[in-house]
Design a binder for this molecule. Structure first.
Ligand code: HEM
Length: 925
């Protein structure tokens, strides 16, 4: 009989280890037998149809092999199995008594295998382009299967585009010459044969079957069976949900004053929030900074302000909780809302796009457009230094000033006046100001280094080439200020992508499988930190695709998953690379048959407003262990950030944002200031909006499927009641159960229950285990009362998830969206693949990106068992703000709270490092 030790009570972010068997030797013997059995049974095949796909749940033998009895115990929950494998959590997940490291290795490799299966199937089943290419994706063209297509008419430039003639006009369009040298402001010509792909104004894509989107409209029988008539734009009331499920509970409301604090500068202010121990406020701002690069539904800081709509708060109960019936918001822009064309293929009917589409007004590329611009108007907000136009303008000439403010004549809407100048100027507060200032300094630091080299060796080859005259060597001295500005943009954009991939994400997902997975994406599978991933991929590739005669499997998929060198730089190392040949310049990209853009569902899982605290614990770098005062974030909104940055000092903001923990992504943890934010442009009696409620309204406007169908569409297990949100790993007497039970009760109160009808099928994305359709009863008896779990708004659902892999600041539902889209963002961009070359970046630029600066540096010791370079963001910060040298000395990952002791293997304990013992933050919960 299997005997398990009881689990200790644990917080939301820990996977509740240890839970080993009483006899570990026997457990390992059983596990090894199970491994043999799993091998005999053979490798899992990639699903042919989406209702057969891998749901992150493995066979009993694999579960036992990779994680022992514990993994078996939780196989029946809706949540992925790998988070219970050995080695995937902190040191307690490594069974030391057993053969050293072997079980942990199996666990980690098992987790990586599961993640690869998920990624492959996500690529296969979740790509739905809204720009007019979807019918070809389904039907193929000229005998080539849709997923193997690489060029689309829908990605041509229109006749009124300024570059129309240059790319070939009416004929075959190919970008060339000046158009392919750098990142164009509007994002055109990243893919040289699909000039419009990813450019500003293209439609957001979808990751969900089109006929599943817009559930409120009840378009088909499955949707109507799933939701009855229970959904609407304001149904259930978004402000009621906000006040009941999103509000932070305060121990002393008067000290918080809805996020305003006692005053703009009072040490006695206090706003309680739930904190993540291993992620800092800088990380919260980092992701807002990223979203400002990737996407926006808005135009110049507003939506369709010719139409104003109500925002809920209709019931007395809602009003009693403090919401505002007088709030109004401008309707979201809609690009197309006519009935989409339908087509039939292989006896199945398809829609050619979603019933409504929306434009991404930003460039979808990871091109640092928040700094450099995404259209001609935003570009005019970028201020260059008149004394050296290769540089950004800063307020002092020593390169260490701050950004200048907007001046008269700059194209800005009234609410941005007085702000520091930036291409993407919306929703500006102190953290965004900080990051813009840092990366502008980094841009100028690169320019300085290049110009210094140009002075030293003016006549040597800098590596750059002009495709229009590819043989001509370009010497350092030949590079014009405009060219150098654009080279520096390429470098800064690549540094940002690198920081995000190998520094921010491994701290967001703080465990060994994700550390290895993310490093493999960037550095290659054979690099020291990609170790093990190459074996996983080799197995999947050879056993699934290697011998396939299917065009898609044998070509496209194979090339992707055999990508030994990593995604970054893929296709850049071919012999005889010729910058005048489009097949070389563009040869490394892979769009998997669907032009790249972000899907609406991606925006949904980035609605991360709970990450922010209400108050910044402000510190002075000269006395970092002391919280000098508390600054309400709202007191730094828009132009108020300018004096805050200038008078308080960037080095002090650095240590303040670096030391403070960010907010947990969980229910009842939204910043109070965002629920009550005053936005002067709003035409309403309150002049305020509840942003937490607005997040729900926008998702409903955009037709994002509700949480349970969202999970099914992404190949995750559905939930069958609100109780499934509870963490099953908690022992019956754990005190952590009570708040979770209260959460379940609140969900039930808001979303309700109904008497189910088993004759009504509700989805075709998945089936029951016995092959029957999933019906309204979700496995409960016909006619019984079931939870309206199908109606839960997706943001509410992922915030309610209590069962997460170790060290995950996000939920597994959000994570699955990232697995797909974060890889595509790299695979599709030629500047990260085949155009990552000196011909575009200069030799110095390539080295700068690879070495995280002018020369490579290695971090002390081997954090979590890995020898690693000094992190890319630490290097950037040390260049931009050299005063941080001492504070950052012991920091391995800039997004881990700077004074935290990282402890042993992926510890998430909240303990001070040596020298920070007196920091009062360690006395807080
Ligand atoms: C003080 C900080 C912030 C302020 C004042 C702010 C404010 C806003 C506002 C006013 C909107 C537009 C709502 C609409 O009309 O649709 C918005 C959207 C959004 N925010 Fe924030 N936000 C802040 C921080 C963050 C952070 C930290 C994240 C994390 C990723 C984030 C992610 C988003 C996303 C994804 C959207 C949707 C954008 C779109 O639809 O294109 N925000 N925010």
């Amino acid at each position: 009989m299997i005997r398990l030790r009881p689990i200790a009570a644990c917080a939301a972010l820990c996977a509740c280890w240890p839970l080993f068997a009483a006899d570990p030797k026997k457990e390992e013997a059983d596990a090894l037998k199970a491994c043999a059995e799993a091998v005999l049974k053979g490798f899992r095949k990639i699903a042919d149809t989406r209702d057969q796909r891998f749901q992150g749940k493995v066979s009993e033998a694999n579960a036992l092999c990779r994680g022992g009895y514990r993994t078996l115990q939780f196989r029946n929950t809706p949540w992925v199995d790998w988070s219970n494998y050995w080695g995937t959590a902190d040191s307690n997940s490594i069974p030391q008594l057993l053969v050293k490291n072997a079980p942990a290795q199996r666990g980690v490799l098992g987790a990586l295998t599961d993640l690869e299966f998920q990624r492959i199937e996500l690529v296969k089943f979740n790509l739905f382009d809204n720009n007019g290419t979807y019918s070809e994706y389904v039907q193929g063209r000229d005998g080539v299967g849709g997923p193997a297509l690489k060029r689309w008419d829908a990605m041509r430039l229109p006749a009124d585009h300024p570059s129309y003639k240059d790319v070939g006009g009416d004929g075959a369009q190919v970008c060339q010459g000046a158009l392919i040298r750098f990142r164009n402001v509007d994002g055109t010509c990243n893919d040289v044969v699909n000039p419009a792909m990813g450019s500003a104004g293209q439609m957001f894509a979808r990751n969900m079957e089109f006929d599943t989107t817009f559930p409120d409209a009840g378009q088909n029988e499955l949707v109507r069976n799933r939701h009855g008539d229970r959904l609407g734009l304001l149904k259930p009331d978004p402000q009621l949900i906000s006040r009941k499920l999103f509000t932070r509970t305060q121990s002393n409301a008067d000290a918080c004053r809805a996020g305003q604090g006692i005053s703009a500068d009072s040490i006695d202010s206090n706003c309680d929030y739930q904190k993540a121990p291993f992620f800092n406020v800088l990380a919260a701002y980092w992701i807002q900074f990223m979203t400002h690069d990737w996407f926006s539904h808005m135009s110049e800081g507003h939506n369709d302000d010719s139409q104003w709509m109500e925002a809920g708060c209709t019931s007395e109960e809602a009003q009693r909780l403090g919401c505002r019936p007088g709030d109004r918001i401008d309707r979201g822009y809609v690009a197309q809302d006519s009935a989409p064309a339908a087509f039939t293929f292989n006896n199945r009917q398809y829609l050619s796009r979603a019933p409504k589409t929306f434009r991404n007004t930003n460039t979808a590329w990871w091109d640092a457009s928040q700094l450099y611009g995404y259209d001609s108007v935003s570009r005019r907000r970028v201020k260059r230094d008149p004394n050296d136009t290769a540089k950004f303008l800063l307020t002092s000439t020593d390169g260490k000033g701050t950004l200048p403010t907007f001046s008269a004549g700059d194209p800005v809407v009234p609410q941005w006046q007085g702000q520091e100048a930036a291409a993407f100027a919306d929703n500006w507060t102190i953290g965004i100001s900080f990051l813009h200032n840092v990366f502008v300094r980094e841009h100028n630091a690169f320019v300085d280094a290049f110009e210094k080299q140009a002075q030293k060796t003016p006549n040597s080859d800098c590596g750059l080439r002009n495709p229009a005259d590819a043989r001509r060597v370009i010497r350092y001295t030949d590079v014009t200020p405009d060219e150098l500005f654009e080279v520096a943009r390429l470098v800064v954009a690549a540094e940002i992508a690198k920081i995000h991939t190998i520094e921010w994400t491994p701290q967001l997902l703080y465990d060994e499988p994700l550390y290895r997975g993310m490093n493999a994406n960037w550095n290659g599978l054979l690099g020291p930190d990609g170790g093990g991933v190459s074996k996983v991929l080799a197995d999947i590739v050879t056993k699934n695709f290697g011998k396939s005669t299917d065009v898609v499997k044998a070509t496209q998929w194979y090339s992707v998953f055999a990508s030994g060198p990593g995604i970054f730089g893929l296709g850049s190392k071919i012999n005889g690379y010729d910058v005048s040949k489009p097949e070389h310049v563009n040869g490394g990209v892979n769009h998997f048959g669907s032009p790249f853009n972000f899907p609406e569902e991606f925006v949904t899982v980035y609605r991360l407003h709970p990450l922010l605290p209400d108050l910044i614990e402000f510190r002075d770098l000269s006395e970092p262990n002391k919280i000098a005062t508390k600054v309400p974030i709202v007191s730094t909104f828009e132009s108020q950030a300018t004096p805050a940055m200038r008078s308080r000092g960037i080095q002090n903001w650095a240590v303040s944002l670096g030391r403070q923990r960010l907010g947990l992504l969980t229910l009842n943890n939204h910043p109070l200031f965002l629920q009550n934010i005053a936005i002067p442009r709003l035409k309403s009696e309150t002049g305020k909006i509840d942003l937490a409620a607005l997040d729900l309204i926008r998702d409903r406007e955009h037709g994002v499927p509700r949480f349970n169908e969202f999970r099914r569409q992404y190949g995750l297990r559905q939930l069958t009641s609100f109780d499934d949100f509870m963490d099953q790993r908690l022992p019956a007497d754990s005190p952590a159960r009570k708040p979770q039970q209260e959460m379940v009760a609140n969900l039930r109160e808001i979303y309700g229950t109904h008497v189910c009808d088993a004759s009504k099928a509700i989805t075709d994305a998945q089936r029951n285990g016995d092959g029957t359709p999933i019906n309204d009863c979700l496995g409960h008896a016909n006619g019984s009362t079931v939870d309206n779990i199908e109606d839960v708004d997706t943001v509410v659902g992922w915030l309610a998830e209590q069962t997460r892999p170790h060290g995950f600041a996000i939920s597994e539902t959000q994570f699955v969206v990232f697995i797909l889209n974060a890889s595509r963002r790299l695979f599709s961009d030629r500047f990260f693949t085949s155009s990552f070359r000196p011909e575009f970046y200069t030799t110095m630029g390539v080295n700068w990106v690879n070495n995280n600066g002018p020369a490579a540096m290695v971090e002390k010791g081997s954090p979590n068992g890995h020898v690693q370079p000094v992190s890319p963001f630490k290097r950037v910060l040390l260049r931009a703000i050299p005063e941080l040298q001492t504070e950052l000395a012991g920091v391995v990952n800039v997004f881990d709270p700077w004074a935290r002791d990282r402890g042993q293997y992926y510890s998430i304990d909240w303990k001070p490092r040596g020298g920070a013992e007196s920091d009062p933050a360690f006395k807080q919960q």
